[in-house]
Design a protein around this ligand. Structure first.
Ligand code: KG4
Ligand code: ZN
Length: 351
């Protein structure tokens, strides 16, 4: 079965052609990050407009790269939510147009389920059940996945998502956007010297997350060492806490903070995924979403999995962030099960 995946839930315009939910024939992603950087985060209205500019070209390129014809597609699979309504509507509109013009089935896909199925694209044998953890800029959610049609949320963040915490901490340290890779780079090679930020909700049996206290702790510490903000205006008018021209000493302190912050995030994420695996008695875990690109997280979960005898699966780094191949892969499982949609569905900001 050949599926066309379309993804526009946030700031990536993406389309991909996938065979049987496994083989990626094309995977086109146009990132808008450069346009949002000066505002220090995604501006929803700007995102919608950029999707409109790009969507037709991105879909045309996905079809061309895959060397298929529109008529050969078996189904059109599109992200329905969760995400930014205006952004989602662009992808949904394009998908409906193609489905209607070609008289092809359409399938609405949950973006978070899509992230889980990114791993299916690279594993010939993708087995169930598994504990799935989606860690991205908008979500930190744990799933018990018994089968493609039996997916249960078992834990989620009560406030900020893990990626959001990376982005907010990078912003308050004046480091730029998006924060994940920047903080990871700064943290690499720093040895633990005792600076420790809080880990929330780690009590046994609690599968929810909370990262806003961690962000506040980083803010307090930064204010203490650097002083309250120094009248330097950053992206979107935001005033970072660090000095405008950090000295070498300041820079070392920023790296130390980045490292201690990342250690706390990795500790919580790793602890929770294995807690879920134990509670649900499932010895296979899949970690996905933008934050799953983080090497410190990958190393920690892989080594802990070895100790605990739990199989650990991460999509390759390129498939962790938003893309449409994962939507085509997830859509395939739904279409195969007869879960199609009529042309009147709308976008869902929460799902
Ligand atoms: O999945 P994604 O591309 O988009 C959403 O659905 O949100 O995730 C984006 C998030 C951003 O918050 C970004 O800072 C974070 O993933 N991220 C990382 C890394 N690369 C991206 N976080 C930690 N380490 C990374 N290497
Ligand atoms: Zn995502």
């Amino acid at each position: 079965m050949i599926t066309l995946g379309i993804e526009t839930s946030c700031d990536e315009t993406a389309a991909a052609v996938v065979v049987d939910g496994k083989k990626t024939l094309s995977n086109v992603v146009v990132s808008q990050v450069e346009f949002h950087r000066e505002y220090g985060g995604v501006v929803p209205e700007l995102a919608s407009r950029k999707h409109i500019e790009c969507i037709s070209l991105v879909i045309a390129k996905a079809i061309k790269d895959a060397r298929v014809k529109f008529g050969e597609l078996d189904a059109i699979c599109v992200t329905r939510g969760p995400g930014l309504i205006g952004a989602l509507l662009v992808g949904i509109g394009a998908a409906k147009g193609i489905a209607m013009a070609l008289d092809k089935p359409i399938c609405a896909v949950n973006h978070l389920h899509g992230h889980l199925f990114a791993a299916a694209l690279e594993n010939e044998i993708f087995q169930y059940p598994f504990i799935g953890m989606v860690v991205s800029g908008g979500h930190t959610t744990l799933f018990d996945v018994q089968s493609p049609l039996d997916i249960e949320v078992v834990g989620k963040t009560r406030d900020d998502a893990a990626g959001e915490a990376y982005d907010k901490v990078a912003k308050l340290l004046g480091l730029g956007y998006p924060g994940g890779a920047i903080i990871e780079n700064l943290a690499s090679g720093i040895t633990d010297d005792g600076l420790r930020f809080p880990r929330a909700l780690l009590e046994n049996g609690n599968l929810d997350f909370s990262f806003s206290g961690l962000k506040t702790a980083v803010k307090r510490h930064s204010e203490k060492v650097f002083g309250l903000n120094r009248n330097r205006t950053g992206p979107g008018g935001f005033r970072p806490i660090v000095p405008a021209n950090p000295s070498a000493v300041d820079h070392n302190e920023i790296r130390r903070i980045a490292s201690a912050f990342q250690a706390a995030v990795v500790d919580v994420l790793s602890t929770k995924i294995f807690m879920a695996s134990k509670i649900r008695n499932i010895s296979r875990v899949v970690v996905c979403g933008g934050v799953a690109a983080n090497q410190a997280l990958r190393d920690r979960v892989v080594s802990e999995g070895k100790i605990l005898g739990v199989e650990v699966i991460f999509p390759s780094i390129g498939l962790c962030a938003d893309n449409a191949a994962m939507i085509g892969a997830r859509g395939y499982t739904l279409v195969r099960a007869g879960k199609l949609d009529s042309l009147d569905f709308g976008a869902m900001s929460r799902w």
